[in-house]
Design a binder for this molecule. Structure first.
Ligand SMILES: Nc1ncnc2c1ncn2[C@@H]1O[C@H](COP(=O)(O)OP(=O)(O)OP(=O)(O)O)[C@@H](O)[C@H]1O
Ligand SMILES: [Mg+2]
Length: 430
């Protein structure tokens, strides 16, 4: 059991001294200096797992806090009510005192195969997501900058928000900067603000986004697409934590944690000279790579269920509760280039379309139905086949344009009005 040595275990109990031997018997050394009663978030980042004695005062509050970051095993005297309560509050397991080495060993062995702790609002228990959860936890416990990478629609913003919500900054602002939406001409005024009288028309002092984020988190979305000027301007703030408002005379200090996200390969961009290497290394302190949905298909059923719950209330006349096996099968066989955003969109639309309490194959977009139809022999009239083909094309254009009709019409090479007629004909709502 030599591998257990690598576990950093936190024990919270009034009787810690009595427990050193039993942990030692399974190869785990409890480091004395770590077993403090008061835990701050930053020293929590040392631990992989916590053992909480529920015969100590205030255990409920401790459990609520700890379980957000690490799995918590509770232990205590044989008080069934309390043991059950601890499980209900989110303990991973309960052990009865006195602890026995066999039972302890079993806990650690189970724990190694299990996913990391759940993070509210993020669905997925596939093994490949473990690194993501681990990254979120580590990032939440520190103030280091974070770079989140992943294809479009994989949940980069969701992860950034989760880090903020779990961190000590959670009561402070989470400010999103959509980097590509700010032209270079407005850059400084948007980021740093300006002093009254700085230029004609500056009739008041305006705070920039960076100042709004003070004591909180600043999220640079789509950082891979920013101009060289943008890169230079933010490097100083990230490095020194200070900036000057336009027309200002002195630096303003800010305390901000930076999280950046991109679907680009920044390292490659650095090599090609389009992204500053110094900025890259400043941001890339903790790196979280979110895998695409096609490489974690086992998460699809849980995600579908989650999105049905999330969107079912939008139907006032019908309660959509689930999905047929056949429809789920179609989804499992699809590659999801648009990742989770695309899946959510499919479910939301299916809920709007369906006539039954369960989503069926025919409630799915035509480009997906093709997957199930193509397995069956071709049938129907030529007109039907052409209509289906048209529907598919329209759907894929709408996906590409993210529902923007003018753009979709352009992709299809037809007029906007013509596309609108088709949408009506095929009963496609956008
Ligand atoms: N693991 C998940 N569990 C539940 N919902 C998720 C998950 N991942 C993403 N989502 C949902 O999918 C949608 C897209 O996620 P998000 O906006 O965070 O992706 P993104 O990577 O920022 O996308 P883009 O690159 O297009 O900006 C959101 O509605 C989000 O709530
Ligand atoms: Mg995004």
């Amino acid at each position: 059991m030599s591998s257990l040595k690598s576990f950093n275990v936190l024990v919270i109990s009034d009787e810690v001294e009595k427990l050193y031997d039993i942990f030692e018997s399974i190869g785990i050394t409890l480091r004395k200096s770590f077993q403090q009663k008061k835990q701050t978030l930053s020293n929590l980042s040392f631990y992989d797992i916590a053992f909480l004695d529920i015969d100590t005062e205030g255990w409920e509050n401790r459990l609520m806090k700890l379980k957000q970051y690490i799995p918590v095993i509770t232990f205590g005297n044989s008080d069934l009510k309390k043991a059950i309560k601890s499980m209900k509050l989110g303990a991973t397991d309960f052990l009865q005192k006195p602890l026995k080495s066999e039972e302890l060993k079993e806990i650690f062995e189970n724990f190694k195969d299990k996913p990391q702790i759940e993070i509210e609002g993020i669905i997925g228990t596939s093994k490949i997501m473990d690194n993501v959860y681990c990254g979120i936890r580590k990032a939440a416990l520190t103030d280091s900058n974070v770079l989140i990478t992943g294809e479009s629609g994989t949940g980069k913003e969701l992860v950034a928000r989760a880090i903020h919500k779990l961190s000590e900054r959670k009561e402070k602002p989470f400010v999103v900067i959509n980097c590509t939406a700010i032209p270079d001409t407005l850059l400084e005024s948007e980021l740093f603000g300006f002093e009254k009288g700085a230029f004609t028309g500056a009739n008041y002092t305006k705070k920039g986004l960076i100042e709004w984020a003070n004591e909180g988190t600043l999220f640079f979305d789509e950082i891979g697409d920013v101009s060289p000027l943008f890169q230079t301007k933010i490097l100083r703030v990230i490095q020194e934590g200070e900036f000057i408002r336009i027309g200002g005379t002195s630096y303003i200090k800010v305390d901000v944690r930076f999280i950046a996200a991109t679907n680009k390969d920044l390292l490659k961009a650095c090599k090609e000279g389009t992204f500053r290497e110094d900025l890259f290394y400043r941001l890339n302190v903790i790196h979280i790579e979110i895998p695409p949905l096609r490489s974690r298909k086992e998460d699809i059923p849980a995600l579908v269920e989650h999105f049905i719950k999330k969107h079912s209330s939008k139907r006032k006349d019908l309660q959509v509760r689930g999905i047929t096996d056949e429809a789920l099968d179609v989804l499992m066989n699809y590659s999801f280039p648009g990742n989770i955003r695309e899946l959510e969109n499919i479910i939301e639309r299916a809920i709007a379309f369906t006539n039954s309490a369960e989503i069926t194959v025919k409630d799915l977009p035509a480009y997906l139905q093709k997957n199930s139809i193509s397995k069956k022999p071709l049938q129907g009239t030529l007109k039907e086949a052409i209509n289906n083909f048209e529907k598919e094309l329209i759907w894929s254009a709408l996906q590409k344009s993210r529902g923007n009709i003018s753009k979709a019409a352009k992709i299809l090479g037809i007029h906007r009005q013509q596309l609108q007629r088709k949408l009506k004909q095929f009963k496609i709502a956008t």
